[in-house]
Design a protein around this ligand. Structure first.
Ligand code: HEC
Length: 436
């Protein structure tokens, strides 16, 4: 049981410390935070700018939460890959899984609370990925939001879920620490005391580095209050959810039943691991099945995270039809770019997230200019529950936009990709466009 002792000492002491720090800083923030749609962002701005050391408390809270999730994940990986779960009680493993899930839940709900553009749209993108879950996706998301809109009701729900998840996490942590505690009743923890101190020191150092160096990684930098009608130029879902939209995008619509079974199986395997895996061998070569499954999952997670990160910047180029454009079509492309429609749409398979359909469908589906314009003004009239926001666009720009969208002809293979900035500044620079 030597490994267990070590794992208890190092991780439990340092994690306990981080949990306490995160909870205390959270209570402090709760005093100043005003949970309404309009006030949330300015109230945190005030914490940053006017409350003494408020900025520090925000950073500690953000870094603490991020650290907890990261360390719980690493701990779970270690227990899995070293086979440590075979020498501990099965319920300890379940607790460790619950720790990761509650920490992730607290992170996800906390991410929304500052209501910056990043927070709002990062959450919107994550939720829209969840809504593609077969059968239950839409009702699940409606439940989380408390309706069809991501607004004030959602904020209240997210705040209470955030606090609830944090409380559950602390509870699971206590239970886990008790179950894994090897020093019961007077059994003095002498030899590993020094190691614990080292562990505590190391984690504090890392936390300190995270707080002081790159605060934007863990804490919302509060660049801009959210505007639910204007999607931002880039997207930053919480780091552990970057994989979600990409991993879900095809699989769910193509094979809904299979997808659902797959996720249920993963969940069952995750929680039930020590119950399924009765093989007492710990060596990597003796447990090829569970190790290759686990490795495949970890690699899949990393792969889709990378794909998601690569797609996080889009719309730097704007796709235009290859032929000569009318003035209205050029203006339309500019409006398309200004409104960041690429946040959810690709054009002819390029430059954008794939949340909505490729814009080439407009022509393919035989839409009229009038239909397109009405749709853009209020997509919910046509598709209740769609994530596409309502737009306020002048009539002239709206006509230009529909002209641009209708000029995208999927049957003609030529298009040009123009630099966003030069399109906005100069229109289409003749000759400098790349032809494909
Ligand atoms: C937050 C995501 C999002 C943004 C931003 C967005 N859309 Fe959409 N859009 C969608 C989704 C999703 C659909 C599919 C409708 C549905 O079934 O929900 C859609 C559908 C459409 C359609 C209908 C396609 C068809 O013919 O069926 C058009 C046209 C359209 N969007 C244009 C735009 C334009 C122009 C912009 C920018 C001004 C824009 N969208 C911004 C998500 C978005």
């Amino acid at each position: 049981m030597k490994g267990e002792k070590h794992s208890f000492g190092f991780l439990t002491y340092s994690l306990g410390g981080v949990i306490v720090l995160t909870l205390i800083s959270g209570i402090f923030l709760l005093v100043y935070y005003v949970p309404t749609f309009v006030q949330a962002f300015p109230s945190l701005q005030k914490v940053n700018e006017q409350v003494p050391f408020g900025w520090l408390v925000r950073r500690v809270h953000g870094a603490g939460g991020g650290f907890l999730l990261l360390l719980f994940m690493l701990h779970l990986f270690r227990v899995f890959f070293t086979g440590e779960y075979k020498s501990q009680r099965a319920s300890t493993w379940v607790m460790e899984v619950l720790l990761v899930l509650t920490a992730a839940w607290a992170q996800f709900t906390g991410f929304f609370l500052p209501l910056s553009q990043e927070a709002y749209w990062g959450t919107a993108a994550s939720l829209s990925a969840v809504s593609t879950l077969p059968w239950m996706g839409h009702s699940l998301v409606d439940f989380l939001r408390g309706g069809r809109e991501l607004g004030g009701v959602a904020l209240g729900r997210f705040l209470s879920m955030h606090i609830g998840a944090a409380a559950l996490m602390a509870l699971f942590f206590l239970l886990h620490a008790r179950a894994a505690n090897p020093y019961r009743k007077g059994d003095a923890p002498s030899s590993s005391e020094a190691k614990n101190l080292w562990g505590l020191g190391l984690v504090s150092l890392l936390l300190f580095a995270a707080v002081s160096l790159k605060a934007g990684w863990f804490t919302d930098p509060l660049r801009q209050a959210t505007n639910p009608t204007v999607s931002p130029e880039g997207i930053n879902p919480p780091w552990f959810l970057i994989f979600l939209p990409e991993a879900f995008s095809y699989f769910h619509s193509a094979y809904p039943t299979l997808a659902m079974l797959f996720w249920l199986l993963i969940l069952a395997l995750l929680f039930g691991l020590p119950y399924f895996d009765r093989n007492p061998e710990k060596g990597p070569l003796q447990r090829p099945v569970s190790l290759s499954l686990g490795t495949a999952l970890v690699l899949g997670f990393m792969y889709y995270t990378l794909v998601g990160m690569a797609g996080a910047h889009y719309g730097e180029k704007v796709v235009l039809p290859g032929n000569q454009l009318t003035a209205a079509e050029v203006r339309g492309a500019q409006v398309y770019s200004l409104k960041n429609c690429a946040f959810c749409h690709q054009v002819l398979g390029h430059q954008g997230r794939r949340e909505g359909p490729d814009m080439a469908v407009v022509r393919q589906r035989g839409r009229t200019a009038e239909w397109v314009q009405r749709f853009i003004l209020n997509a919910r009239l046509y598709q209740p529950g769609t994530t596409m926001p309502k737009y306020e666009i002048s009539l002239e720009d709206l006509e230009a936009l529909s002209a641009y969208l209708l000029s995208l002809d999927p049957t003609r293979r030529t298009f040009q990709a123009v630099d966003r900035q030069s399109l906005l500044d100069f229109g289409v620079p003749l000759g400098s466009a790349e032809k494909k």
